[in-house]
Write a protein that binds this ligand. Structure first.
Ligand code: 5AD
Ligand code: SF4
Length: 471
């Protein structure tokens, strides 16, 4: 007898689907996605989408938002007002899972009170084995991984949906800035990382599909395009590489950025292109993870710190005013005090403008989770603080140098409301060098203002009143 429940069988099916991505079509046509739209299954109902994790999840949530809206649901912000809740989740570190458990507990209570009808668990947790346990424990109605997002359509009342590679699903349009997925999955096997097991192997989206989507977005009003993928610089298609794609995109969109990259794939010509092309934001996110060659080897990163340093030199030369950020993990099993010092040295040498620093989190099924020479929590915590402090000191020094310069600033978020003491809030923008700036303007998101930098903290610049109207 098969002892699995239906839920378990479905979850297993979803996992299998998730690791076998759907073949790419060359024909993205937003109109044909929902063939039976005449009877929207969600009319009169409400839905709430909550997103955890990276930009890729934010973008996937946008595709689900589009489906839910097309199905006739009205979007609400609070769980207690929603008939349907979608939790789009992250699995990269254990604290992300803990957060989702907390939300599921709360939602389960609302469901038992009859206030919430259905809950869907999607994204990276949905693709992991652990989703089976969560499904049972919290009465989840639908579990989806990252490759079968299209199945949500049927669930929300848009029947007849075909199997579709997730990046080809349309998101909401008409926004001033938009993400465009150029590849999914990852072919690396970093010791600590769960991504390859939940997002599968790399699949590159055809250049023509990417360009066609960007044209559509630009003509619907998008002024800022961010190319997305786990290792965008690994993108390739019949002899063309990421640099070729970036060059093409930079001709189509008025402002372009990309994330995230891998030092082993990053070509010097891409770094030079960032400096050369006016439409590319001069901001590079290049995760290093550690400054110790010994640790880079244990992590299977595939490069030495010297190679990383050389890449940074090329970038700094190509875009002297540009910003550089990275990811660093402290406390990976086997990390010694000497390794940690090497990381601090690299932070000093590369003079990062910002960094995401993480304490190692053991993930079930990864190589590092099985290693025995673990680093005690208090040691990890101290190293975490030391790396963070070193990054902030560098960033603060670099930001101070921007004081007095006049910058063209892209408004990302408009001014909202007053501050705590009734003072007027500021808009948040971005310079062409990739610095975040607070600027006193009423300009709408997607417009540019020009203003002088008058102050600087470790994370943000402060501009004075803009000269002239927004453009
Ligand atoms: N523990 C801590 N940090 C991790 N990251 C990925 N997996 C782990 C883990 N198990 C970090 C890496 C990666 C970023 C997205 O998350 O620094 O670049
Ligand atoms: Fe994870 Fe390494 Fe792939 Fe990045 S390159 S997603 S850290 S396996």
């Amino acid at each position: 007898m098969n002892s699995r429940t239906n839920g378990e069988r479905d979850a297993v099916k979803n996992n299998a689907r998730n690791l076998a991505p759907i073949p790419l079509s060359k024909k993205p046509a937003a109109e044909s996605f929902y063939p039976n739209r005449s009877v929207p299954g969600g009319a009169g109902k409400t839905a709430c989408i909550r997103t955890f994790g990276c930009q890729m999840n934010v973008h996937d949530s946008d595709r689900m938002r589009r489906m839910i809206r097309d199905a006739g649901y009205a979007e609400v912000g609070r769980y207690e007002d929603a008939d349907l809740i979608v939790l789009n989740t992250c699995y990269v570190r254990e604290n992300a899972v803990d957060r989702v458990r907390g939300h599921l507990g709360e939602i389960n209570r609302l469901k038992r009170e009859g206030r919430v009808k259905k809950v869907a668990l999607t994204g990276c947790i949905g693709a992991a084995q652990e989703s089976q346990e969560l499904e049972r424990q919290y009465g989840v109605d639908l579990v989806l991984g990252t490759h079968n997002t299209y199945e949500l359509a049927e669930f929300v009342g848009l029947p007849g949906m075909e199997e579709t590679y997730t990046p080809e699903l349309p998101g909401t349009e008409g926004e001033h800035s938009a993400f465009v997925t150029i590849m999914t999955g990852c072919n690396y096997q970093c010791s600590y990382c769960v991504v390859p097991s939940v997002r599968g192997r790399m699949v590159c989206r055809p250049m023509e599909n990417v360009v066609e989507e960007i044209r559509r977005l630009v003509s619907s009003g998008t002024r800022y395009v961010t190319l997305l993928g786990q290792t965008v610089d690994a993108w390739r298609e019949s002899g063309q590489r990421f640099c070729d794609l970036l060059g093409r995109v930079a001709e189509e969109a008025p402002r372009v950025w990309f994330t995230t990259s891998h030092p082993s794939n990053m070509e010097d010509r891409t770094l030079r292109l960032i400096g050369e092309k006016d439409t590319i934001v001069k901001r590079l996110h290049l995760p290093v993870q550690s400054g110790s060659d010994r640790m880079l080897k244990v992590m299977h990163r595939g490069y030495k710190s010297e190679r990383y340093r050389r890449k940074i030199e090329v970038f700094r030369e190509a875009a002297p005013d540009g910003t550089l950020s990275t990811d660093i993990i402290v406390g990976h099993p086997g990390e010694t005090e000497g390794d940690h010092e090497e990381t601090l040295r690299l932070v000093e040498d590369c003079s990062f403008d910002s960094a995401y620093v993480f304490k190692f989190s053991p993930r079930r099924g990864t190589e590092a989770a099985g290693l025995s020479d673990t680093v005690p929590e208090d040691v990890s915590q101290r190293r975490f603080v030391e790396v963070l402090r070193a990054v902030e000191q560098n960033a603060f020094r670099r930001n101070q140098r921007k004081i007095g310069s006049v910058e063209e600033i892209y408004v990302r978020h408009g001014r909202h409301g007053g501050g705590r003491n009734g003072e007027v809030g500021k808009a948040v923008g971005e310079t062409w060098s990739g610095h975040a700036v607070h600027v006193p303007t009423d300009a709408e998101p997607g417009r540019y203002v020009t203003a002088k930098i008058e102050g600087a903290g470790p994370h943000v610049l402060y501009a004075g009143d803009p000269s002239g109207p927004p453009r």
